[in-house]
Design a protein around this ligand. Structure first.
Ligand code: SF4
Length: 373
């Protein structure tokens, strides 16, 4: 994708614009411009989703340099939850009014049924659907999807079809980190490449599934890497829309948390918690750069704190994400905010800015009546 941008004059123009935009320091005019764009594209309402995270295992065969979540089997802190446990949590979420389960885990080579990785992941979705039939299953990053295909030596399309048969409703656009091969060589050399991430996303969208999109920022990347990443997301969205596909439902900025990250990267970055001002500026820059191609922008309250995420609503965001009910990945990385929010807390955050607030579904349909502003 980066190579394609280099050979297209209009893309080169966009590249230079993007780079210059991303060099701008945080200031009031940038915030105001992003806020105006947000108003023009999606208006005043702030949305949120009532969901539950299910991180079913942290056994993982990879060793990403930023990851405090992964464990080897048998290591202190390792877990691999049974279907019974996961079903009980799904039922609790259902009873608490959730509309979505967000299901992600480590790359666990032991997660197989009758020798097949795909059968295990299908059975996992089937078990959750049985426990909580109405909930949307938002599951498995592009890396996990590729892992299943590689484990079983199956075409990705067959994996997607098999999972859709068991109720897969949409895909988290995580594992994107920064879509630069150079950064990935340092950050996550074992992970799928930037090119592979794009290829998986194209196939996910072609299968009729929507995905989210993410950028993990505030570590080794430069403004040029950020610009290339955001323009790549635009190109992928353009492809989806040209073919009348849903494409990306939202963009989520994921600031890097270093507190419990492996020492080597933590020391290089030299910061345990995100640089809030820099991340707010990037929030505004992303709103301006992604333009009409990605209308829903979500800050991460897990990484920025709820106060930080609330402030991000003034820098171009229109969504507060999910209640989560449990969160493992960022908590293990050393985030300081806890692992759940109540709907009331998210509503209060939006109302503190005088903005109306609405509960949404995973794919941005509204749930019930709009809440009072
Ligand atoms: S980020 Fe994901 S793939 Fe990488 S080590 Fe952690 S759990 Fe494994």
């Amino acid at each position: 994708m980066e190579a394609a941008l280099e050979h297209d004059p209009s893309s080169q123009q966009a590249w230079h614009l993007a780079c210059s935009l991303l060099h701008q320091p945080p200031h009031g005019a940038l915030r105001q411009l992003a806020d105006q764009h947000r108003q023009a594209l999606v208006g005043e309402p702030v949305t949120y989703v009532v969901n539950r995270n299910l991180n079913f295992t942290n056994h993982c065969l990879q060793h990403c340099s930023f990851c405090a979540f992964r464990r080897d089997a048998g290591q202190a802190g390792a877990f691999w939850h049974s279907f019974d446990t996961l079903q009980a949590r799904a039922q609790q979420a259902d009873q608490a009014g959730a509309t979505e389960l967000c299901i992600q885990g480590g790359l666990n080579p032991e997660a197989r049924l009758q020798g097949s990785s795909l059968r295990y992941y299908q059975a996992l979705l089937g078990a959750l659907r049985e426990a909580a039939p109405g909930l949307h299953l938002h599951a498995f990053s592009p890396q996990e999807l590729l892992f299943i295909a590689e484990q079983d030596q199956l075409p990705l399309q067959q994996v997607l079809e098999g999972l859709q048969q068991e109720g897969l409703g949409s895909v988290p656009g995580t594992a994107a980190e920064v879509l630069s091969e150079a950064v990935r060589r340092q950050l996550c050399p074992e992970k799928l490449s930037a090119r592979q991430w794009c290829a998986v996303i194209l196939q996910v969208h072609a299968s009729g599934l929507a995905s989210t999109s993410t950028l993990m920022a505030g570590h080794l990347e430069t403004p040029a890497h950020r610009a290339a990443h955001l323009l790549t997301l635009v190109a992928l969205q353009q492809t989806a829309w040209q073919h009348q596909r849903s494409g990306f439902s939202e963009f989520v900025l994921l600031p890097f948390i270093g507190a419990q990250a492996p020492a080597a990267l933590r020391q290089r970055v030299g910061r345990d918690q995100p640089d809030r001002e820099a991340m707010l500026a990037l929030t505004a820059q992303a709103r301006l750069l992604l333009g009409r191609w990605l209308v829903n922008h979500q800050p991460s309250w897990v990484k920025l704190t709820l106060a930080g995420a609330t402030e991000a609503l003034r820098w171009g965001c229109n969504d507060l994400g999910g209640t989560l009910m449990e969160e493992t990945i960022t908590s293990m990385a050393g985030a300081q905010v806890g692992s759940q929010q109540t709907p009331a807390a998210l509503q209060a955050a939006a109302r503190s800015l005088g903005r109306p607030v609405r509960q949404r579904t995973t794919l941005y349909g509204l749930v019930g009546e709009p809440a009072c502003a």
